[in-house]
Write a protein that binds this ligand. Structure first.
Ligand code: SF4
Ligand code: SF4
Ligand code: SF4
Length: 267
């Protein structure tokens, strides 16, 4: 049997084994043990529906089914030269982004649950048919305002136009150009609640190195801590029970207070 044939039979055998009920846990243990010895880069962009990085690296059985299923060759399996867990799938948005297939074949073909259809489906449904690629959170686009030429006042909307969720995941912000007095800055702004991390913006960016890049969600996110509460959100009412001081839950009043610089100088 040639090498390709051997690879395919290995892949088929792994798929059959992990599709068998009850063996998912075993898969996690076997590959999790191997994964412990591997150095995974937190910057790797994983396919849609991927579990959190640590869980993903443990659950992925390195079968390559997602890579094989991807019609755009976006996904590749990491080699020893790549700075991520060997054999796990990832993509480099600058080279080939995820084109957000509506049928999400990469997730559909994943036998281990490392790519989880439930993360792309409405709550309580785990059906491949209910997957919505717009729910993918492969990463978050981040704009480098120092090098994005739109922030220099040069007209460029390449990333905006490349975005499959144009006007939602990226919008354009118009701001007066005080330097020239007659032009406007037209700046891309990413809505992180909607951005899927597909990377089409990074792929399209016109600067020599991309000035909009995709970072994994965990890398791009801060952590606010439990002691800050958005009092104006209804579901937070319970957290405020027992608070000793009366809290003004009117959002506009809170914003007015923070923007009232004069009160800073009150006695
Ligand atoms: S959604 Fe489509 S383009 Fe994106 S990784 Fe999956 S198969 Fe490839
Ligand atoms: S993510 Fe799933 S399909 Fe892709 S290599 Fe890992 S186990 Fe196989
Ligand atoms: S990664 Fe870029 S192109 Fe993709 S949804 Fe987010 S902003 Fe749009």
């Amino acid at each position: 049997m040639n090498k390709e044939g051997q690879d395919n039979s290995r892949r088929d055998a792994l798929k059959t084994m992990f599709r068998g009920a009850g063996l998912m846990g075993l898969g996690g243990m076997v590959w999790g043990g191997m994964a412990d010895g591997l150095k995974a880069s937190e910057l790797s962009l994983r396919p849609p529906g991927a579990l959190k990085e640590k869980d993903f690296v443990k659950a992925c059985i390195r079968c390559g089914s997602c890579v094989e299923a991807c019609p755009y060759d976006s996904l590749v399996l990491a080699t020893p030269d790549d700075n991520t867990a060997i054999g796990t799938p990832y993509f480099e948005a600058r080279k080939i982004p995820c084109y957000m297939c509506t049928d999400v074949p990469c997730v559909e073909e994943c036998p281990s649950g490392a790519l989880d259809a439930a993360l792309l489906s409405p709550k309580d449904e785990n059906l491949a048919e209910s997957m919505d690629i717009n729910k993918a959170r492969m990463g978050i686009a981040v704009v480098d305002q120092n090098n994005c030429i739109a922030f220099w006042g040069i007209q460029c909307d390449a990333c905006y136009r490349a975005c499959p969720l144009i006007g939602e995941a990226i919008t354009l912000d118009f701001r007066r150009n005080e330097r020239t007095g007659k032009h406007a800055y037209i700046e891309p702004v990413v809505n992180r609640e909607i951005c899927t991390g597909c990377g089409m913006c990074e792929h399209a960016c016109v600067t020599e190195e991309p000035s909009i890049i995709i970072l994994p969600v965990e890398v791009a996110s801060g952590k606010v801590g439990a002691h800050y509460v958005k009092s104006w959100e209804n579901k937070n009412d319970n957290k405020l029970n027992g608070a000793t001081e009366k809290v003004n839950s009117d959002a506009s009043a809170a914003e007015d207070y923070l923007n009232d610089s004069e009160s800073l100088f009150d006695d």
